[in-house]
Design a protein around this ligand. Structure first.
Ligand code: HEC
Length: 157
């Protein structure tokens, strides 16, 4: 094989490899359907865990006891006023049971989409308030206190 051809093949293989490595899911605003704009995110949240999450849609922090504790503390500050201390529901709906206004919340991608982009009324977008990594921490806490039917825990599948 000529050197030039070989070089071309290597270049093609490399570019294909980098394309698959950066393949990301599309995250959307649950109300408008518009893609979420991560460039407006609060600084500091683009951690390894978040990078992985953008590719898989699965929260790598689920089941990590240390992170679950941090998520609990963040939840108390940012969410409990409206959703209740045990996420039992207050002004906003309960978040530890298996009834969801937005059924996609049974997946980690869906839950993240509501946190980052907000939903209706008082459920404002959280991208100013929390980093994307902190959102994953809160999500891990919510999955940890889940009291619904295990069969409906789609994030485990
Ligand atoms: C100011 C009050 C308020 C705060 C603070 C708030 N929420 Fe909400 N949340 C609401 C309301 C009201 C709704 C219902 C909105 C709707 O149905 O579109 C809601 C809806 C949701 C939903 C969708 C539930 C479903 O059944 O599909 C999720 C998930 C959620 N909130 C998570 C959170 C988390 C996590 C936090 C903290 C980061 C938070 N919210 C902070 C008021 C709030």
């Amino acid at each position: 094989m000529k050197k030039k051809q070989l070089g071309l093949i290597i270049a093609l293989t490399l570019s294909l490899a980098s394309m698959t490595a950066t393949a990301e899911l599309t995250f959307r605003n649950v109300i408008t359907g518009q893609p979420l704009d991560f460039s407006v995110a609060k600084k500091g949240g683009d951690t390894e865990a978040f990078k992985q999450f953008k590719e898989t849609g699965k929260n790598p922090y689920n089941g990590n006891a240390e992170v679950v504790q941090k998520g609990h503390d963040l939840y108390m500050t940012a969410c409990s006023g409206c959703h209740g201390h045990e996420a039992e529901g207050k002004l906003g709906p309960g978040l530890a049971d298996d009834y969801w206004t937005y059924p996609a919340n049974a997946t980690d991608q869906g839950l993240f989409e509501v946190l980052f982009g907000g939903a209706n009324g008082m459920m404002g977008p959280q991208y100013n308030n929390l980093t994307t990594d902190e959102m994953l921490q809160i999500m891990a806490h919510l999955r940890d206190i889940y009291k619904g039917n295990p069969k409906k825990a789609k994030w485990l599948k």
